[in-house]
Design a protein around this ligand. Structure first.
Ligand code: CMP
Length: 131
C-alpha cells in the first residue's frame, strides 16, 4: 500500500517508479479510501498495540494505493527494499527514507510474510482484478 501521507504529498508516481526500478511488476492496483472498519480489519493483528487507534485513524484519513507486486522472493525483497518501519532508521535511498515522515506516516506498507501477502491480496482484490 502507498499510505495516505505519501498520496497526499504527491508521491504516488515517484514511489511506483522506485518499485519498477526495484524489479517488481504490478499484478493488481487500485486507488481507494479505507473506511474506519476496513482499516481496523486490515490491521487487526496490531489490535492490542498502543499505536493501533492512531494507525487506524491515519490509514482511513485519505486515499491509498493498494497493489499486488510480483517478483521472485517478492515479500522479503520488498520489505528490505522499502527500509525500516521508522523512516529515520531506514537506509539511504529506500522508499521510507525518501518519502516517509515518521514511524506512523511511513509512506508504504509491505506484507510481512508470504501467508499475510495472500490474506492482504485477498482483502483488496478479486481474482478478476489480477493480471
Ligand atoms: P506497516 O508496515 O503498515 O505495519 C504496521 C504499521 O504500524 C507500521 O507500518 C506503522 O505505520 C505503524 N507503527 C508501527 N510501530 C509504530 C509505533 N511505534 N508508533 C506508531 N505507529 C507504528
Amino acid at each position: 500500500m502507498i499510505k495516505p501521507d505519501a498520496v497526499s504529498k504527491g508521491f504516488i508516481g515517484p514511489i511506483l517508479s522506485k518499485i519498477a526500478e526495484g524489479g517488481f511488476s504490478i499484478k493488481a492496483m487500485k486507488y481507494i479510501q479505507l473506511s474506519r472498519g476496513q482499516a481496523e480489519a486490515f490491521y487487526a493483528v496490531h489490535h492490542s498495540r498502543p499505536f493501533y487507534e492512531g494507525l487506524v485513524e491515519f490509514m482511513s484519513s485519505g486515499p491509498i494505493v493498494a497493489c499486488i507486486l510480483a517478483k521472485e522472493n517478492a515479500v522479503e525483497d520488498f520489505r528490505a527494499f522499502i527500509g525500516s518501519t521508522d523512516p529515520e532508521k531506514a537506509h539511504e535511498g529506500s522508499i521510507r527514507k525518501l518519502f516517509g515522515t515518521n514511524i506512523q506516516r511511513n509512506a508504504v506498507h509491505g506484507s510481512d510474510s508470504d501467508e499475510n501477502a495472500v490474506v492482504e491480496s485477498n482483502f483488496f482484490f478479486s481474482q478478476f482484478e489480477r493480471f
